[in-house]
Design a protein around this ligand. Structure first.
Ligand code: NAD
Ligand code: USQ
Length: 382
């Protein structure tokens, strides 16, 4: 297949581009390199040193003979996007290219507006470009489990059957997102559901949980292919942050009591989920939703797992319960369905101690790159 990976320079997008290329697909990356600029804005960095996108794809070609073409530009520049669509004529468009940090979206008014414009307008442009230039293309859109929030009932995959006053219907699952970023994903989902209905586009919304890990088989091939790894309080995510904190002897930063429960998955499963989705496209007019995570953990569970494994590796690890900078439930029911991707062939790589140890050891190699000032949270919701 000819597959565009938008956001192909990022944490999920880069290993996905390599994996799809390795599997024999023709891969084309679109990225405006904004993520690298946000590091400069925040005076932060990836824990791992990362090569430029140009060097990454050059090295990939040297090692494998496979070409990944790159288009540097913004989804919000419609003429640029249309030109790429015209040239590539993709079978699938994998859309990772959004501002994906909840804390970044909560810094102030400018960051909230930037996040929503970047994400919602970018996605609308992608939908229009597909309609105009490649109407049969399958849009694979990264959503988030955080769109649902933490309701006191089971979370279904996108839709729920409701009986009301004696009548029944299958309706979009209610959304209760917890940040302006998570809200941008809800807005995207609503726009895409509408667009599929009125234009007959095909779209799969992948409501992904928190991704952890660093390497895939492809990124391990060469230091020039190494993936980025975020540890700072704005872009770093729960499990990866805890591993890095353990490696540098920092207290693990559990926010509040740590009862917040989320769906998680290994980056090696992210890339496989994208492949499965691309190989099993939605029908024309269908807005399909898959919940993309493999296991549920509370934040405190994760901190305790990291503590145990890091201590086996010789570290001394303390878990701190920090005042929670977010406004969120710390004790709640959580039971989300995630069978659709497994029904299509996903075999989850679960979070065993060996998996944790492997990530921990990779993290220790680069621990001297941590900028300590970036570890404690500094963005408040209230
Ligand atoms: P990332 O920030 O590492 O990568 C996103 C990439 O998109 C970056 O390279 C950035 O430069 C690019 N980008 C952003 N806006 C763009 C624009 N307007 N035009 C062109 N390029 C643009 O993020 P990630 O962790 O790889 O996440 C990828 C996607 O998956 C996001 O949509 C995110 O919401 C979703 N997701 C991520 C996680 C996670 O834990 N990382 C979990 C659930 C969902
Ligand atoms: N948390 C801590 N300590 C930390 C960091 C986070 O206790 O040091 C807690 C948060 O308060 C929250 C939970 O861990 O309750 C998850 O936070 P996170 O920063 O790991 O993840 P989140 O903000 O939800 O965002 C990340 C990605 C986002 C994606 C989302 C999936 O950045 O792109 O959409 O995970 S989900 O959580 O399923 O919505």
């Amino acid at each position: 297949m000819r597959i565009i990976v938008a956001g192909g320079d990022g944490f999920c997008g880069w290993p996905t581009a390599l994996y799809l290329s390795q599997k024999g697909h023709e891969v084309f990356i679109i990225d405006n390199l904004a993520r690298r600029k946000w590091d400069i804005e925040l005076r932060s960095n990836s824990l791992t040193p990362i090569a430029s996108l140009e060097d990454r794809v050059r090295r990939w070609k040297e090692l494998t003979g496979k070409e990944i073409r790159t288009y540097i530009g913004d989804l919000n520049h419609y003429d640029f996007l249309c030109e790429v669509m015209r040239q590539v004529q993709p079978d699938a468009f994998v859309h990772f290219a959004e501002q994906r940090s909840a804390p970044y979206s909560m810094i102030d008014r400018e960051h909230a507006i930037f996040t929503q414009v970047n994400n919602v307008v970018g996605t609308l442009n992608v939908a229009y470009a597909i309609r105009e230039l490649a109407p049969d293309c399958h849009l694979i859109k990264l959503g988030t489990m955080g769109e649902y929030g933490q309701p006191n009932i089971d979370i279904e995959e996108g839709y729920i059957e409701i009986e009301h006053n004696g009548r029944k219907d299958v309706l979009p699952y209610p959304k209760q997102p917890g940040s302006f970023y998570h809200l941008s994903k809800v807005h995207d989902s609503h726009n895409l559901m509408f667009i599929c209905r009125i234009w007959g586009l095909r779209c799969t919304d992948l409501n992904q949980g928190v991704v952890y890990g660093l390497h895939t088989d492809e990124t391990r091939l060469d230091p020039m292919l190494t993936n980025r790894l975020d540890y700072d309080a704005v872009f770093g995510t729960a499990l990866n942050r805890f591993l890095i904190q353990a490696a540098i002897g920092h207290d693990l930063t559990v926010y509040g009591s740590g009862g917040q429960t989320r769906g998680f998955l290994n980056i090696t499963d992210t890339v496989r989920c994208i492949e499965i989705t691309a190989e099993n496209p939605a029908d024309r007019g269908e807005f399909r939703v898959f919940n993309q995570f493999t296991e549920e953990f509370s934040v405190l569970d994760l901190a305790q797992k990291v503590q145990r494994v890091a201590e086996q590796e010789g570290a001394r690890v303390n878990i701190a319960n920090l005042e929670n900078p977010r406004i969120e439930k710390e004790s709640h029911y959580y039971n989300a369905k995630n069978t659709k991707l497994q029904d299509l062939g996903l075999e989850p790589n679960l979070l065993t101690d060996d998996v944790l140890r492997d990530i921990y050891r990779s993290v220790v190699e680069h621990k001297d790159r941590v900028l300590l000032d970036n570890v404690l949270p500094n963005v408040k919701w209230g």
